[in-house]
Design a protein. Structure first.
Length: 242
């Protein structure tokens, strides 16, 4: 395992998946609170074979085999987080991007980050705070923490950056209202937002994973960049079930 600043596991790009002499794209996976890199690594076979897939362990130890990017308390008024830990987290992810690109000889122009739950929170935060490091970000069952907004890059730096939000209408941990709030806030920015609601809870299903893998492959092909400024969209749950 390549020695970098965060513990991780790697799935190499498939032999012959990328043209000779072309550096492969990189996909960084971020797990949820209380999990670890091994759980997200189970998804690696589902992703486009062109990707080098790196599943990262967050640095805060919460228990045996359980890690997180920041401490969170769930209250009647919503989740309360340790903002300083979150800021350290997205800074460390941005640093890790540079390390992984260099160590794995990946294409720095095609780095994507995808996370579940707290990992999805950190994927969005890293995109807003360090968009120059990323070609796209995916948040599965996450939310947009307001603490990152004062640290967001300029509109020009964020322009047309592809972002995918996938969230369950029956999410019992981070309710669908948090995803809808994230959509509302992100639509004020010049990113290329794709928003999907699916009939599921706080989980990853074959359907939701299919949405993510298809979006990543399309983004890798440049499809999501074509006319991105005119195609920022939000798809409702009723449309998805139609």
């Amino acid at each position: 395992m390549t020695r970098l600043s965060l513990v991780h596991e790697v799935r190499p790009a498939a032999p012959g998946a990328n043209p000779p002499g072309k550096r492969p794209p990189l996909l960084i996976l971020l797990h949820g609170v209380g999990a670890n890199e091994q759980q997200m690594m189970q998804l690696a076979p589902s992703f486009d074979p062109r990707f080098i897939v790196v599943s990262v362990r967050s640095p805060l130890v919460l228990g045996p085999g359980a890690f997180g990017w920041f401490h969170v308390t769930f209250t009647a008024d919503g989740p309360k987080i340790a903002a300083d830990e979150a800021a350290t987290g997205w800074t460390r992810i941005a640093q890790f991007v540079d390390e992984a690109v260099a160590a794995l000889d990946a294409d720095p122009a095609r780095v994507f980050v995808a996370g579940f739950s707290q990992g999805g929170i950190m994927a969005l935060a890293t995109m807003l705070a360090a968009p120059q490091k990323l070609a796209g970000a995916v948040s599965m069952s996450g939310r947009l923490i307001p603490e990152v907004l004062p640290h967001a890059a300029s509109p020009d730096a964020l322009r047309d950056k592809p972002v995918l939000i996938v969230h369950g209408t029956a999410d019992e941990k981070l309710g669908i209202q948090l995803a809808r709030l994230a959509r509302e806030q992100l639509e004020r920015l010049p990113i290329a937002l794709t928003y999907r609601e699916l009939p599921m809870g706080h989980t990853i299903t074959p359907q939701s994973l299919g949405v993510v893998t298809s979006w990543l492959s399309a983004s890798l092909d440049g499809a999501s960049h074509a006319g991105a400024s005119a195609t920022r969209r939000a798809t409702s749950a009723s449309e998805e079930r139609a």
